[in-house]
Design a binder for this molecule. Structure first.
Ligand code: MG
Length: 395
């Protein structure tokens, strides 16, 4: 038994006849990625979720494998299990399938809601500290009418206290498993209804208006529009960095990853690549991650003599972890000698290779200080850098 506290169950066993041709909607591509993969990725990436179990239809194993792609190798992903005739049966099978892993809590989510976000999941989890269950939901704002089959209004229904239920729906594991077993054959519409039928206390937690359910064929168009809007919700952040290294006896300097023959070398921590250090600090700055010394303390012998590309790669990885993108970098090297101009393009390529971006997004410039100050006296080299990073607004 692994020490699993919170497991997410994603229900994907439906046949989705309402979504039209093209197979079950959870396997269809939404702007290049299957709906089910989009939903699963949010739960797999959530730091509080220990494992994810997906419930699929027994005919869909190959569609599932194709749709999940690289996510199949995610360490938190459990083998899928086959669902039952109705959604409620599938959830019950899913709950029983994780019982031996000893979860304390479970979140149940519909695969057809690919716009679930980390914060909504966190709110549901937090609410389980004080409730048997908690579901994402939104208050109803539209005026509600009731009519018969003649489509003529009989009455206006008060919307006071009415909410639209979404998923995820979270529960204390033992209670919801017992509730599902008790509710077998009752045909309830969601897991909260199963919980209510057992007398569990279930809280309503603010869901997200974007957390739509893809039910019908036309929902794909709306989902793609929404996705385009979300992708454009990036904000731009700028960081700057500055570094100086002193000359000592030697025969070459390393600047921006390029070795340049010179009458001196630069002295210092690692390879003393002032250009790469300034750029690394600029990237750390743009994501408010401290500086190079915090990540690679000079007092720690393991970083002595390490190539500066290790530092820059760490900054790159921290941006990637936040789903950010390095948009542009601008490095200025300040020295009288050596001449930087002949090496600029090589430097841009070297930095681009480490950052895994196009070299057109990297600028390297050089200037002198008109023989003034330490750089002017050829005592050392200074470098400044600016990094511009695009980050999702909710990062
Ligand atoms: Mg340095």
């Amino acid at each position: 038994m692994i020490d699993t506290k919170i497991i997410a169950i994603i229900v994907a066993a439906g046949r989705g006849a309402r979504a039209g041709a093209g197979g079950p909607k959870q396997y269809r591509s939404l702007a290049g990625r299957a709906v089910i993969a989009r939903s699963a990725a949010v739960f797999l990436d959530h730091p509080q979720i220990d494992a994810v179990r997906i419930i699929i239809h027994r005919d869909d194993r190959s569609e599932y494998d194709a749709a999940m792609g690289e996510l199949l190798f995610h360490a938190k992903l459990l083998e899928p299990v086959f669902g039952g005739a109705e959604r409620q049966d599938s959830v019950c099978i899913g709950l029983e399938s994780i019982e031996d892993q000893g979860p304390r809590r479970v979140l149940i989510h519909d695969a057809a809601r690919p716009f679930i976000d980390e914060r909504t999941i966190s709110r549901v989890i937090d609410a389980l500290n004080t409730n048997d269950g908690a579901i994402a939901a939104l208050p109803v704002h539209d005026t509600l009418k009731r009519s018969g089959t003649d489509k003529l209004i009989d009455t206006t229904v008060s919307r006071d206290g009415l909410w639209r239920a979404q998923t995820p729906q979270g529960f204390q594991f033992d209670k919801i498993l017992a509730a599902h077993r008790n509710a077998a054959g009752q045909m309830l519409t969601d897991d909260a209804a199963v919980a209510e039928a057992s007398g569990m206390q279930v809280a309503l937690i603010a869901g997200s208006p974007d957390n739509m359910k893809i039910t019908q064929a036309q929902d794909f168009g709306m989902a793609e529009t929404l996705l385009g809007r979300k992708m454009s919700k990036m904000e731009y952040r700028t960081g700057h960095g500055f570094d100086v290294h002193e000359f000592e006896d030697g025969d070459a300097v390393i600047l921006c990853g390029v070795e340049i023959v010179h009458e001196k070398k630069l002295k210092g921590h690692s390879d003393a690549d002032a250009g790469m250090h300034a750029l690394t600090d600029a990237i750390f700055g743009a994501i408010s991650e401290g500086d190079i010394g915090d990540h690679f303390p000079p007092s720690d012998p393991q970083w002595k003599g390490v190539g500066s590309e290790v530092f820059l790669a760490r900054a790159r990885d921290l941006v990637a972890e936040r789903k950010g993108r390095i948009t542009h970098c601008d490095v200025t090297i300040i020295c009288e000698a050596p001449k930087i101009g002949p090496h600029r393009d090589k430097m841009r390529t070297a930095l681009a290779d480490i950052l895994e971006i196009e070299s057109s997004r990297i600028s390297v410039k050089a200037t002198t200080t008109e023989q003034l100050g330490f750089a002017g006296r050829r005592e050392g080299i200074a470098a400044m850098a600016t990094a511009t990073i695009a980050l999702p607004e909710d990062a």
